[in-house]
Design a binder for this molecule. Structure first.
Ligand code: PAF
Length: 281
């Protein structure tokens, strides 16, 4: 696997690649969810590029950025074993040289839900992913459905800016106990891990309510009841939105919905999501 820190060198290597090129953008500290994206890219593309860049522009607080886990050596070994052809590993100065000020915003999908809690977050994501698309020129790029709002923002950006990149979303990968894999899980203490499983159980309950044709308030209530059973699930957030547009819903949904949950376990904010289809859809 070739490793490039420099944009010009990466571009030169990319220019020599023939056939379908797949990109897996990451912030590192890789887990099986990332590796499922790499495996899909490997299965469907002639060349696989991965990137590791902890993007400062998508972190609100410096403390959050500093606390983000990193293990580049281990990540490189995993990517190499998975058959990645080239890794883009830029520094902050390469991605945001002095004077860089252009941003990419997808307003209607970014300002709500997680975006309302973390102002500027999705602008940071859309901007860096647009830059990664421009630098690596992939035919297809792979993202996890776990970050559902992020996936919709990136899809919209890719289409609106005529990037020509196909954006593929892959299902959330879970541990055997049901916890959605996330680089943040490592920050859960052993006594927080079991309580965190309530998120998946709450999604099961809300999805079941959706599939039997319940109105949106009852779907939300099904998740709320489960989350209320876990005292360590702090400040839980429950949103049931249209799965295609993230718009608010009233009454009985007649198209797929996405159930988006957030909760803090100590100082670790976890998110999880599920798409569910009502019987009338
Ligand atoms: O999901 C992530 O790891 C990041 O948000 C992404 C898409 C690599 C952009 O920095």
């Amino acid at each position: 696997m070739d490793v490039f820190k420099d944009i010009a060198a990466l571009r030169a290597a990319r220019a020599d690649m023939r056939g379908r090129v797949g990109l897996v953008p990451t912030m590192g500290y890789l887990h099986d969810g990332h590796m499922a994206l790499v495996a899909a890219a490997r299965a469907h593309c002639d060349h696989v590029l991965a990137s590791i860049f902890v993007n400062p522009r998508q972190f609100g607080e410096a403390a959050d950025l500093a606390a983000y886990p990193r293990d580049v050596e281990r990540d490189m070994a995993l990517l190499q074993d998975a058959g990645v052809d080239a890794l883009f590993l830029p520094g902050v100065e390469a991605m945001y040289p002095a004077g860089a000020e252009t941003v990419v915003t997808v307003p209607s999908l970014s300002d709500r839900l997680m975006g309302a809690l973390r102002p500027g977050h999705f602008e940071g994501v859309a901007t860096v992913v647009c830059k990664l698309f421009n630098i690596t020129r992939p035919d297809v790029a792979y993202f996890g459905e776990k970050d559902y709002q992020q996936l919709l923002v990136i899809r919209r950006m890719a289409a609106d800016l005529d990037t020509g990149v196909e954006v593929v979303g892959l299902p959330t990968v879970r541990d055997a106990d049901g916890l959605a894999l996330s680089s943040r899980n490592v920050r859960l203490s052993p006594s927080q891990r079991q309580p965190a499983l309530v998120l998946n159980r709450a999604l099961d309950a809300a999805a079941e309510a959706t599939e039997r044709g319940a109105p949106v308030d009852d779907i939300r209530e099904a998740a709320a009841q489960l989350l209320a059973t876990e005292p360590q699930a702090d400040a839980p957030g429950i949103d049931v939105q249209d799965a295609a547009t993230l718009s608010d819903l009233k009454g009985r949904p007649n198209a797929p919905v996405v159930i988006l949950l957030t909760a803090r376990f100590g100082d670790v904010l976890l998110i999880d999501q599920r798409v569910a289809t009502p019987p009338t859809a």
